[in-house]
Design a protein around this ligand. Structure first.
Ligand SMILES: [Cu+2]
Length: 233
């Protein structure tokens, strides 16, 4: 077996084992958006690790094969200067990879960034220096669920609750400077800026307490802009 073939086999075996590991990470999602984002992440990460290992292997092979041996002042030369088959392959394969990643990324964006026309819950998120204020309206299919459910938190340890599985539309406004609403577990972050209303959405899948943070430095007490999202059954 040639050295090149051996390196190719080792790289393929490593890439396959990484793919197997990747498929088993975080099988159950926390939110619809997080699930879609993680799937895209592993779709890109796993082949990238395989390609990285393959390229490192080829570099190591070339360094060893063409090194300067004892008693020589130059390394062995390779008489071959071009190879049409190889060049065609290393043009077409990356092009296919880019198209696959592009299509997958757009599919993920459609999942994460399409705000439902008829959300179950609307949460108005008002950012102030330095606290979050949540106004929650529960709706389902255009009719009021329990009249108007409103929960207002006027301190930095605020919280709001939603039921797992409901679609939640967020309306985000700032009343002073630029803030950023960050739900790390859900893998999303959206700017909350003065003079412009931003909208976003999420659908949580698992009950639990999830941290809310401000991800934009908004002044002296920026670090106190924490809150919690309670997802209940
Ligand atoms: Cu802030």
């Amino acid at each position: 077996m040639s050295g090149l073939r051996r390196i190719g086999l080792v790289a393929s075996a490593l890439a396959l084992s990484v793919a197997f590991l990747g498929a088993n990470v975080r099988a159950d999602g926390i939110s619809t958006g997080q699930q879609a984002t993680d799937q895209l992440f592993y779709l890109v990460l796993v082949p990238a690790i395989g390609i990285g290992i393959l390229v490192m292997g080829l570099v190591a092979y070339a360094v060893l094969k063409f090194r300067v041996r004892k008693g020589h002042t130059e390394g062995p030369t390779n008489p071959q200067t071009n190879n049409r088959r190889l060049e065609t392959m290393w043009t077409i394969i990356p092009a296919i990879i880019l198209v696959v990643v592009g299509v997958a990324a757009f599919q993920t964006l459609i999942t994460t960034d399409t705000i439902p026309q008829k959300p179950d819950v609307i949460v108005e998120i008002n950012a102030h220096q330095w606290f979050w204020n949540f106004n929650i309206t529960y709706i389902r299919n255009g009719t009021w669920l329990n009249g108007t459910g409103t929960f207002t938190s006027l301190n930095t340890t605020g919280a709001f609750s939603v039921k797992a599985g409901l679609t939640v539309k967020l309306i985000l406004r700032s009343f002073d400077v630029a803030h950023s609403f960050y739900l790390p577990d859900f893998l999303f972050k959206i700017d909350v800026i003065p003079g412009h209303t931003n909208t976003y959405w999420f659908q949580s899948l698992q009950p639990g307490d999830y941290a809310i943070r401000c991800a934009e430095f908004c002044g002296l007490n920026h670090y106190t802009m924490t809150a919690t999202l309670h997802v209940v059954k």
